[in-house]
Design a protein around this ligand. Structure first.
Ligand code: CMC
Length: 434
């Protein structure tokens, strides 16, 4: 990656009577940043920013979010345009390479990904080590990490050819692993990928076909699945992506780094929110129960949050949520669900929350997970698979960000500092004197 930040003046900081100049940089859009790299050397002080709410950890040219305006763009293209007009594999190409492909480039990329979808036959026995009811996310963390034990020939991260092979392997094989994690959990035999199907259709078939009966892919569902993958493909420096970058900063191989990203994604404050959101809608059960639920959410002592609402960056409607809401209606219609009680609860809950001062004052709006659960459930996925689908789609974002990090001349091993408030020096006391 060629660094493109431009100097844009400086700010003066006075610490203990000493003045230092901190350079200011501008990107192409978005807030300027203050370069504090020399702060410790010049003042002996660190900055303190738990949760990185004011810290840019890297320069990136992949994804841009304006949380106040509700904007998300990949390589400059707005997410709604990509979701409506592009395909997931084209978005993969865009994220990885920075530009939309021409027809030949796309055909070549699609051919390569399609022909890397199988996993080594021995890999299938790896699954048998898990309890038969293992959560598919637990299996995914392990299975993606285990790819590094199966593909030694692409682990040299300093070789650009091997890096590219690993990128392709991840994008191609993660759907196969995800479908196998699902089948294992269901107790059904694994279904092999088929090269005559598109990326999303192939994934749906690997999930829902059984040896006794093939699965005829409904094109509306395949399109919706593809759209859902596009909506989850990348999201700037969120917890899982930052985890991938931090793990990768030590030069760990991408399979291991992405396994770390999947682990981070699993939490209910991040990718696990779609599973938590659907469980919440099921618990509420009926529109009559919404007011008491909202009261619980507003009561700080209850520990209850409105899942699928709020975002660290978006202080406006999550632009992905709008597309997801539309996809939700399309899927429900395609599968013939005319009157889904959960959708009723969701629509009413959204209406009430958006007019309640608690949510208005805190700028809490629906995020992508608010409607994704209902959509995925209607497609036939159990809640346990929701975060797996997120991980599948985010794999391209993670590997694009990993690659950008690797190629950034400014890249250093990540090593945050701390403000220590533990015990100061004291002498060891033997057992009999404690
Ligand atoms: N329900 C009720 N109150 C909330 C919620 C919520 N979902 N989210 C934030 N708040 C309140 C919070 O209690 C706090 O109130 P106060 O100022 O009175 O203390 C205020 O809003 C700010 O919240 P915060 O926790 O400081 O905000 P954050 O930026 O640290 O948290 C979040 C962001 C996504 C973790 C949080 O909004 C949340 O837990 N949402 C529910 C989980 C969810 O839907 N996550 C999916 C995120 S989108 C998918 C992804 O990218 O992973």
């Amino acid at each position: 990656m060629e660094n493109k930040v431009k100097p844009n003046g400086s700010a003066t900081l006075e610490v203990n009577g000493k003045k230092i100049d901190l350079p200011i940089y501008s990107g192409s859009i978005g807030p300027d940043v203050l370069d504090i790299r020399k702060l410790y050397a010049e003042t002996g002080m660190f900055t303190y920013d738990p949760g990185f709410t004011s810290t840019a950890s890297c320069e990136s040219q992949i994804t841009y979010i304006d949380g106040d305006a509700g904007v998300l763009m990949h390589r400059g293209y707005p997410i709604d345009q990509l979701a409506e007009n592009s395909s997931f594999l084209e978005v993969c190409y865009l994220l990885l390479k920075g530009e939309l492909p021409n027809k030949e480039e796309f055909a070549d990329f699609e051919y390569t990904i399609t022909r890397h979808t199988m996993v080594h036959a021995q890999f299938d026995r790896f699954f048998e080590g898990f309890r038969r009811d293992s959560h598919p996310m637990a299996v995914m963390v392990a299975a993606v990490g285990a790819l590094s034990a199966f593909y030694h020939d692409s682990l040299n991260i300093h070789d650009p050819v091997q890096r590219k092979v690993t990128q392709n392997r991840l994008i191609a094989k993660v759907p196969t692993l995800a479908a196998r994690a699902f089948k294992y959990w269901m107790g059904q035999p694994f279904i092999s990928p088929r090269n005559d199907l598109g990326y999303a259709a192939n994934f749906l078939r690997m999930c829902f076909a059984v040896p006794a009966e093939d699965y005829v892919v409904n094109p509306v569902l395949a399109k919706a699945m593809d759209k859902i993958f596009i909506l989850h493909a990348d999201h700037e420096q969120n917890a899982s992506t930052s985890t991938v970058r931090l793990a990768g900063s030590s030069e760990a191989n991408p399979f291991a780094c992405i396994a770390a990203g999947i682990a981070s994604l699993w939490g209910p404050a991040h990718g696990g929110a779609n599973e938590a959101c659907l469980k919440m809608l099921e618990e509420i059960g009926h529109v009559d129960n919404i007011p008491s639920f909202i009261e619980k959410v507003k009561d700080k002592n209850s520990g209850v949050r409105l899942m699928g609402f709020g975002h660290r960056v978006y202080k406006n409607y999550d632009p992905r949520a709008k597309v997801m809401q539309k996809a939700c209606h399309e899927v429900l219609e395609a599968v013939g669900i005319k009157d889904d009680p959960l959708l009723h609860v969701a629509v009413e809950l959204e209406k009430i929350a958006l007019s309640d001062p608690y949510f208005i004052e805190r700028k809490l709006y629906p995020n992508i997970d608010f409607y994704s659960g209902i959509t995925l459930k209607a497609m036939g996925f159990p809640v346990e698979m929701f975060t797996v689908l997120f991980a599948l789609a985010r794999t391209v974002g993670w590997i694009s960000q990993w690659t950008e990090m690797y190629e950034d001349p400014m890249q250093k091993i990540g090593r945050p500092r701390q403000i220590y408030t533990g015990a100061t020096k004291r002498d060891y006391v033997p057992f009999d004197k404690r």
